[in-house]
Design a protein around this ligand. Structure first.
Ligand code: DX5
Ligand code: ZN
Length: 217
Protein backbone atom coordinates (compact mmCIF):
# COMPACT_ATOMS: atom_id res chain seq x y z
CA UNK A 1 0.00 0.00 0.00
CA UNK A 2 1.23 3.48 -0.79
CA UNK A 3 1.90 5.68 2.23
CA UNK A 4 -0.36 8.45 3.42
CA UNK A 5 1.47 11.76 2.95
CA UNK A 6 0.63 14.57 5.35
CA UNK A 7 2.52 17.79 4.60
CA UNK A 8 2.94 19.96 7.70
CA UNK A 9 1.41 23.38 7.15
CA UNK A 10 3.80 24.75 9.83
CA UNK A 11 6.45 25.03 7.12
CA UNK A 12 4.20 26.83 4.65
CA UNK A 13 4.14 30.55 3.89
CA UNK A 14 1.60 31.89 6.41
CA UNK A 15 1.22 35.12 4.44
CA UNK A 16 -0.08 33.05 1.52
CA UNK A 17 -1.93 30.37 3.40
CA UNK A 18 -4.81 30.13 0.97
CA UNK A 19 -2.58 29.43 -2.03
CA UNK A 20 -0.49 26.98 0.02
CA UNK A 21 -3.64 25.05 0.96
CA UNK A 22 -4.82 25.13 -2.66
CA UNK A 23 -1.45 23.73 -3.76
CA UNK A 24 -1.98 20.86 -1.29
CA UNK A 25 -5.54 20.37 -2.60
CA UNK A 26 -4.12 19.95 -6.10
CA UNK A 27 -1.28 17.71 -4.98
CA UNK A 28 -1.09 14.02 -4.08
CA UNK A 29 -1.10 14.91 -0.38
CA UNK A 30 -3.61 12.80 1.53
CA UNK A 31 -3.98 14.84 4.73
CA UNK A 32 -2.92 18.26 5.96
CA UNK A 33 -0.87 18.03 9.16
CA UNK A 34 -1.57 20.94 11.50
CA UNK A 35 0.80 21.62 14.41
CA UNK A 36 -0.69 23.39 17.42
CA UNK A 37 1.93 24.57 19.96
CA UNK A 38 1.16 26.36 23.21
CA UNK A 39 4.54 27.58 24.46
CA UNK A 40 4.17 25.32 27.51
CA UNK A 41 4.27 21.71 26.36
CA UNK A 42 6.82 22.80 23.77
CA UNK A 43 9.04 25.89 23.72
CA UNK A 44 7.27 27.46 20.76
CA UNK A 45 3.87 28.93 19.87
CA UNK A 46 2.36 28.25 16.44
CA UNK A 47 -1.29 29.18 15.92
CA UNK A 48 -4.76 28.39 17.22
CA UNK A 49 -8.45 28.13 16.33
CA UNK A 50 -8.88 31.05 13.89
CA UNK A 51 -6.02 29.87 11.71
CA UNK A 52 -7.19 26.25 11.85
CA UNK A 53 -10.67 27.40 10.78
CA UNK A 54 -9.19 29.44 7.93
CA UNK A 55 -7.23 26.40 6.72
CA UNK A 56 -10.33 24.21 7.00
CA UNK A 57 -12.28 26.72 4.96
CA UNK A 58 -10.05 26.06 1.93
CA UNK A 59 -8.81 22.51 2.51
CA UNK A 60 -10.41 19.67 0.58
CA UNK A 61 -8.51 17.00 2.52
CA UNK A 62 -8.69 15.72 6.10
CA UNK A 63 -7.06 17.88 8.77
CA UNK A 64 -4.67 15.90 10.96
CA UNK A 65 -4.31 18.07 14.04
CA UNK A 66 -1.29 17.46 16.28
CA UNK A 67 -1.76 19.05 19.69
CA UNK A 68 1.50 19.94 21.41
CA UNK A 69 -0.30 21.52 24.33
CA UNK A 70 -0.75 20.85 28.04
CA UNK A 71 -4.22 19.85 29.24
CA UNK A 72 -5.49 19.04 25.73
CA UNK A 73 -8.71 17.68 27.25
CA UNK A 74 -9.84 21.28 27.79
CA UNK A 75 -9.95 21.96 24.04
CA UNK A 76 -10.90 18.73 22.22
CA UNK A 77 -14.44 19.79 21.30
CA UNK A 78 -13.26 23.18 20.07
CA UNK A 79 -10.64 21.64 17.83
CA UNK A 80 -13.29 19.34 16.39
CA UNK A 81 -15.62 22.30 15.79
CA UNK A 82 -12.73 24.19 14.18
CA UNK A 83 -12.44 21.40 11.58
CA UNK A 84 -10.11 18.70 12.91
CA UNK A 85 -10.67 15.22 11.43
CA UNK A 86 -7.97 13.53 13.48
CA UNK A 87 -6.88 14.88 16.86
CA UNK A 88 -3.60 13.65 18.33
CA UNK A 89 -2.67 14.33 21.93
CA UNK A 90 0.69 13.67 23.55
CA UNK A 91 0.88 10.82 26.03
CA UNK A 92 3.24 13.04 28.05
CA UNK A 93 0.54 15.75 28.29
CA UNK A 94 -2.31 13.50 29.45
CA UNK A 95 -2.94 12.38 33.01
CA UNK A 96 -5.93 10.32 31.88
CA UNK A 97 -4.97 9.28 28.38
CA UNK A 98 -7.65 6.61 28.02
CA UNK A 99 -10.33 9.11 28.97
CA UNK A 100 -9.00 11.73 26.55
CA UNK A 101 -8.92 9.19 23.70
CA UNK A 102 -12.59 8.37 24.37
CA UNK A 103 -13.35 12.10 24.54
CA UNK A 104 -11.84 12.60 21.07
CA UNK A 105 -13.80 9.67 19.63
CA UNK A 106 -17.03 10.98 21.15
CA UNK A 107 -16.68 14.11 18.99
CA UNK A 108 -16.58 11.92 15.86
CA UNK A 109 -12.89 12.66 15.21
CA UNK A 110 -10.25 9.98 14.87
CA UNK A 111 -8.06 9.68 17.96
CA UNK A 112 -4.30 9.87 17.75
CA UNK A 113 -1.63 9.49 20.42
CA UNK A 114 1.75 11.16 19.94
CA UNK A 115 4.96 10.04 21.66
CA UNK A 116 8.08 12.10 22.25
CA UNK A 117 11.35 10.51 21.09
CA UNK A 118 12.25 9.37 24.63
CA UNK A 119 8.88 7.77 25.40
CA UNK A 120 8.72 3.98 25.14
CA UNK A 121 6.05 2.55 22.87
CA UNK A 122 5.39 -0.08 25.55
CA UNK A 123 3.50 2.58 27.53
CA UNK A 124 0.75 2.26 24.92
CA UNK A 125 0.12 -1.41 25.66
CA UNK A 126 -3.21 -0.80 27.39
CA UNK A 127 -4.56 1.95 25.14
CA UNK A 128 -3.34 1.17 21.63
CA UNK A 129 -6.46 -0.85 20.80
CA UNK A 130 -8.53 2.33 21.30
CA UNK A 131 -6.37 4.57 19.10
CA UNK A 132 -6.75 5.24 15.38
CA UNK A 133 -3.28 6.71 14.96
CA UNK A 134 0.06 6.57 16.78
CA UNK A 135 2.33 9.50 15.99
CA UNK A 136 5.97 8.68 16.69
CA UNK A 137 7.95 11.90 16.96
CA UNK A 138 11.22 11.55 15.10
CA UNK A 139 12.43 14.95 16.42
CA UNK A 140 11.76 16.67 19.71
CA UNK A 141 8.48 18.52 19.12
CA UNK A 142 8.41 22.30 18.88
CA UNK A 143 10.09 23.22 15.63
CA UNK A 144 10.16 22.28 11.98
CA UNK A 145 13.40 21.66 10.13
CA UNK A 146 15.19 19.54 12.75
CA UNK A 147 17.38 16.51 12.22
CA UNK A 148 15.73 13.09 12.10
CA UNK A 149 16.45 10.83 15.12
CA UNK A 150 17.68 7.42 13.92
CA UNK A 151 16.27 5.47 16.88
CA UNK A 152 12.85 5.98 15.27
CA UNK A 153 13.37 2.92 13.05
CA UNK A 154 13.59 0.67 16.10
CA UNK A 155 10.51 2.29 17.61
CA UNK A 156 8.45 1.66 14.49
CA UNK A 157 9.26 -2.05 14.67
CA UNK A 158 8.35 -2.22 18.35
CA UNK A 159 5.18 -0.22 17.72
CA UNK A 160 4.15 -2.46 14.84
CA UNK A 161 4.58 -5.55 17.02
CA UNK A 162 2.49 -4.02 19.79
CA UNK A 163 -0.27 -3.07 17.34
CA UNK A 164 -0.42 -6.64 16.05
CA UNK A 165 -0.25 -8.12 19.56
CA UNK A 166 -3.11 -5.94 20.82
CA UNK A 167 -5.18 -6.39 17.67
CA UNK A 168 -5.22 -2.63 17.07
CA UNK A 169 -6.16 -0.91 13.81
CA UNK A 170 -3.96 2.10 14.55
CA UNK A 171 -1.83 3.60 11.78
CA UNK A 172 1.77 4.56 12.52
CA UNK A 173 2.65 8.15 11.66
CA UNK A 174 6.21 9.50 11.62
CA UNK A 175 6.65 13.20 12.34
CA UNK A 176 9.87 15.18 12.10
CA UNK A 177 12.82 15.34 9.74
CA UNK A 178 11.20 13.10 7.14
CA UNK A 179 12.79 13.29 3.68
CA UNK A 180 13.48 11.11 0.67
CA UNK A 181 16.60 9.64 2.30
CA UNK A 182 14.77 8.15 5.29
CA UNK A 183 11.28 7.59 3.83
CA UNK A 184 11.99 4.19 2.18
CA UNK A 185 13.33 2.63 5.40
CA UNK A 186 10.56 4.21 7.51
CA UNK A 187 8.00 2.58 5.22
CA UNK A 188 9.85 -0.72 5.19
CA UNK A 189 9.82 -0.79 9.00
CA UNK A 190 6.05 -0.29 9.02
CA UNK A 191 5.18 3.41 8.89
CA UNK A 192 1.79 4.18 7.31
CA UNK A 193 1.78 7.98 7.41
CA UNK A 194 4.67 10.35 6.68
CA UNK A 195 4.50 13.94 7.88
CA UNK A 196 6.87 16.28 6.06
CA UNK A 197 7.16 20.01 6.58
CA UNK A 198 10.35 21.72 5.54
CA UNK A 199 11.30 18.98 3.08
CA UNK A 200 8.12 19.67 1.10
CA UNK A 201 7.80 23.44 1.44
CA UNK A 202 11.51 24.27 1.01
CA UNK A 203 11.81 22.19 -2.11
CA UNK A 204 11.84 23.79 -5.54
CA UNK A 205 8.68 21.92 -6.54
CA UNK A 206 6.54 20.97 -3.51
CA UNK A 207 3.94 19.13 -5.59
CA UNK A 208 6.62 16.95 -7.16
CA UNK A 209 8.23 16.36 -3.76
CA UNK A 210 4.89 15.06 -2.50
CA UNK A 211 4.70 12.70 -5.51
CA UNK A 212 8.25 11.51 -4.75
CA UNK A 213 7.41 10.83 -1.08
CA UNK A 214 4.21 9.06 -2.09
CA UNK A 215 6.14 6.73 -4.38
CA UNK A 216 9.16 6.24 -2.12
CA UNK A 217 8.19 2.68 -1.17
C1 DX5 B 1 7.40 19.34 15.12
C2 DX5 B 1 6.09 19.18 14.40
C3 DX5 B 1 6.26 18.61 13.04
C4 DX5 B 1 7.02 19.52 12.11
C5 DX5 B 1 7.64 18.68 11.02
O1 DX5 B 1 7.15 19.78 16.40
O2 DX5 B 1 5.22 18.33 15.11
O3 DX5 B 1 5.00 18.25 12.48
O4 DX5 B 1 6.18 20.50 11.54
O5 DX5 B 1 8.48 19.49 10.29
P1 DX5 B 1 9.76 18.94 9.53
O6 DX5 B 1 9.26 17.97 8.51
O7 DX5 B 1 10.35 20.18 8.95
O8 DX5 B 1 10.63 18.28 10.54
ZN1 ZN C 1 3.43 17.51 14.02
Amino acid sequence: MRPIIAPSVLASDFANLQSEVEMLNNSQADWLHIDIMDGRFVPNISFGFPVLEAIGHHAQKPLDVHLMIVEPELYIERFREAGADTISVHLEACRHLHRTVQQIKATGAKAGIALNPHTSVQLLEDVVADADLICLMSVNPGFGGQKFIENTYRKIEAMKNLIIQRNSQALIEIDGGVNLDNAPLLLEKGADVLVAGSFVFSSADPMQTIVDLKSSK
